[in-house]
Design a protein around this ligand. Structure first.
Ligand code: FCB
Length: 452
């Protein structure tokens, strides 16, 4: 009888397995900086779409139905965000009904055995805050801390894991430099100011939550890009520069050093020792090349060489094995426990996702074996959702469950079955890969064909 390879890659005991979501992308019916942006049309969102009902999570029982799907996948955690504009619709006015709805969601998560991770800022601002200048207004970090305290008061008896801010560099760059997200500015100076404000906001929120909930575990989620040289010399140098600016610079103040950005050097001492953990969000590799007058520093562009993109080219190149390097790099920058707070890919027909998931987790497992303190993994995302400027563009479907946005029907994808098997076993095994993602087998287990 043919001997088949029986490898089992076990994850550490207590490892958190979940998915990540964000309020505006799933709830529906929000009135915030993003809905105002959508309403303006003019190509700001794909096909001039609006988020509308999204995945209908705000309606009673709807988020809960998706939580049941997460539980059926044997997840033991779930990352969601709370929408500031719902909780504080006017400055200093708190909406008790909104807090109650979130409280109900947290209870439902716990009833399903899902440890909640709650994000406080995921790209959206209340309109009153946006209108007074958003994160360029000097009071915003304090407003954010007051909001964080209110949420910690309401939910902190059941929530331990807090993520203050999602992707501060992405938010600053895309909203204030690329101008593709609200408020649509293209101003390097402003973008860098916003990075500093977000660091201050994190630090202030950290202190506010910690004062109320001494047991809280607080961090933020950092998007890391693998920058590669698209051309010799300048491409190589450009990749290094962008790596320093985008992936590394923000960590200065957390390590007692200044925040050093183009045109801005500032000390933010309040940020020192305000990370109980750090969140890694890793999606793709981008190639940097010389582009006089280009988007980055007026000199550089980013893209994927022809033929290397498997999904939409703007998304970059999928390079799941790079997850190991990203973990190592992040750990060098911040010596704290790591949660992988997002990883995923746009893949409407789920043809790439199972292999991508398996190969990513192979890399994460290696990191655990090398004693990097990786504590959990949150796949982006549980369900298809409203993908910001890409709206409901059918090419940008990220869910383990598909969503039909006209009927709200959910469809379990092949990748959901693989993820369920992994989470149930707290392990990735050769048998699972053989069954659910055979196309990843040879890269995960480079063994002679006879043993496959
Ligand atoms: C991340 C965002 C998340 C989602 C995924 C695809 O950068 O945090 O909201 O848009 O990308």
């Amino acid at each position: 009888m043919k001997e088949r390879l029986q490898v089992e890659m076990h994850f550490p005991p207590g490892f958190l397995w979940g998915t990540a979501t964000a309020a505006h992308q799933v709830e529906g019916g929000n009135r915030n900086s993003w809905s105002a942006w959508e309403d303006q049309g003019g190509g700001r969102v794909f096909g001039d779409q609006v988020s509308g009902p999204a995945c209908n999570w705000w309606a009673a029982g709807q988020a809960e139905a998706d939580f049941a799907r997460a539980a059926a996948m044997h997840n033991n955690a779930l990352r969601l965000s709370v929408e500031w504009s719902r909780i504080e619709p006017e400055p200093g006015q708190w909406d008790a009904a909104a807090l109650d709805r979130y409280s109900t969601m947290i209870d439902a998560l716990l009833a399903h055995g899902l440890t909640p991770m709650v994000t406080l800022h995921h790209f959206t601002n209340p309109l009153w805050l946006e209108e007074r200048g958003g994160w360029l207004h000097p009071d915003t970090p304090q407003h954010f801390a007051r909001f964080a305290a209110r949420v910690a008061e309401a939910l902190g008896d059941r929530v331990t894991l807090w993520c203050t801010i999602n992707e501060p560099m992405v938010y600053s760059v895309v909203s204030y430099l690329d101008g593709r997200w609200p408020p649509g500015h293209s101003n390097l100076g402003e973008a860098m100011q916003v990075v500093a404000a977000l660091v201050r906001g994190h630090a202030a929120a950290y202190a506010a939550i910690r004062a109320l909930r001494p047991g809280a575990q607080i961090g933020f989620a950092k998007h890391q890009i693998s920058f590669a040289a698209g051309t010799p010399l300048i491409g190589h140098l450009g990749a290094r520069v962008l790596n320093t600016l985008f992936n590394e610079a923000i960590f200065g103040p957390f390590n007692g050093k200044p925040l050093r950005l183009p045109g801005l050097t500032v000390d933010i001492p309040a940020a020192q020792d305000t990370l109980d953990w750090i969140g890694l969000q890793y999606y793709s590799r981008q190639y940097v090349y010389l582009k006089p007058g280009g988007e980055y520093l007026g000199l550089l562009g980013m893209g994927v060489p022809d033929g290397r993109a498997r999904g939409p080219a703007a998304w970059g190149e999928l390079a799941p094995e790079e997850a190991l390097r990203r973990i190592r790099h992040l750990h060098r920058l911040v010596r704290r426990p790591i949660y992988i707070t997002e990883m995923g890919l746009p893949d409407a027909d789920d043809s790439l996702r199972p292999a991508y998931l398996a190969r990513t987790l192979g890399a994460v497992w290696k990191a655990c074996m090398h004693s990097y303190p990786v504590r959990g993994f949150f796949f982006w995302s549980l369900v298809d959702n409203f993908e910001w400027a890409e709206g409901y563009d059918p090419r940008y479907r990220f869910g383990l469950y598909g969503v039909d946005f006209t009927t709200q029907a959910r469809e379990e994808r092949r990748s959901a079955r693989l993820y369920g098997a992994i989470c149930a076993a707290n392990a990735l095994t050769a048998a699972m890969v053989r069954e659910h993602a055979p196309e990843a087998f040879s890269s995960l287990f480079p063994v002679p064909t006879a043993a496959r």
